[in-house]
Design a protein around this ligand. Structure first.
Ligand SMILES: NC(=O)c1ccc[n+]([C@@H]2O[C@H](COP(=O)([O-])OP(=O)(O)OC[C@H]3O[C@@H](n4cnc5c(N)ncnc54)[C@H](O)[C@@H]3O)[C@@H](O)[C@H]2O)c1
Length: 265
């Protein structure tokens, strides 16, 4: 219950999906949560859920593609809670309708993808770090994706920007490790959130399920629990790592689903 007692965690994109689940789970473990999202109503809803779970929450309206907005979010956190111990640079994604293959890529979407995923991660870290250094340490959790590890027929930008998030994670871990600031990334596989359910046809969701070693797709809480672990002292010896939380999707041979179907009963 108290794995994050006395810690303040800022979670961007906490108005929905994985970020909301992480906020509630961290709040339940005793953290003070800054629920940051550009959808103010969604941030307020999550903050109410955190408080219902017994935690303390501050909703914050932020656009992570705007440095001034990030600076305001961190300043409000310090004003309200006195510091920042955990930062989750969680907002991300690209528009699958315009993030296409190399030849048909919408270059404006490519640039938006960099801003939403990469620049936001760098700037969030840059604004939170001075407070972590002053406090003698902290934990930064960046959200990548299995798309950073494998090629796909579409969403070229998504793979590229998430790979960049992994690289920034390692640089941050090396540069600030001596000051006891840890930085790790998570690579979720297919997780049932509004982003996935609203964008992918049912047939693709079924294919994703077949591609997992485990017999189901992930829930936002499956990723949220990993984020709680990375935020807590239980992971104190872990830094610069990418934790792949994907139901076995990327470790499974592409032949496995077919071979499984041929197994004797
Ligand atoms: N859902 C999956 O299957 C999956 C898989 C791998 C990685 N991820 C990653 O997890 C993260 C969240 O995904 P999700 O599925 O929970 O998404 P979601 O759509 O459920 O939630 C995203 C939240 O981010 C907010 N947001 C979007 N742009 C913002 C901005 N510029 N500033 C502030 N807030 C903003 C939205 O309002 C929303 O509340 C993303 O980085 C995504 O790439 C998701």
């Amino acid at each position: 219950m108290d794995r994050l007692k006395e810690k303040t965690a800022v979670i961007t994109g906490a108005g929905s999906g994985i970020g909301r689940a992480a906020a509630v789970l961290m709040g339940r473990e005793g953290a003070r949560i800054v629920v940051a999202d550009y959808d103010t109503a969604a941030a307020e809803e999550t903050a109410a859920l955190v408080e219902k779970a017994g935690g303390q929450a501050l909703p914050a309206t932020v656009d992570v593609t705007d440095e001034g907005s990030i600076a305001d979010m961190i300043a409000a956190t310090v004003r309200e809670f006195g510091g920042v111990n955990v930062l989750c640079n969680h907002v991300g994604g690209t528009n699958p309708r315009t993030d296409l293959d190399v030849l048909r890529m919408d270059m404006e979407e490519f640039q938006r993808g960099i801003a939403r995923n990469v620049t936001s991660t760098l700037l969030g870290t840059r604004h939170a770090l001075p407070h972590m250094l002053r406090a003698g340490g902290g934990s930064i959790i960046n959200t990548a994706s299995v798309a950073a590890l494998v090629g796909d027929v579409l969403q070229t930008a998504y793979g590229a920007v998430k790979a960049a998030v992994v690289s920034i994670t390692k640089s941050t871990a090396v540069q600030y490790g001596p000051h006891n600031v840890r930085c790790n990334a998570i690579a979720p596989g297919a997780v049932l959130t509004p982003a996935l359910e609203n964008n992918l046809p049912e047939s693709v969701v079924e294919d994703l399920k077949k591609g997992n070693a485990l017999p189901y797709l992930g829930s936002p809480e499956d990723i949220g629990h990993t984020m709680v672990f990375l935020a807590s002292e239980e992971s104190r010896y872990l830094t610069g790592q990418l934790l792949v939380v994907d139901g076995g999707m990327t470790m499974q041979s592409s032949a496995a689903p077919g071979r499984r179907a041929q197994l004797p009963a």
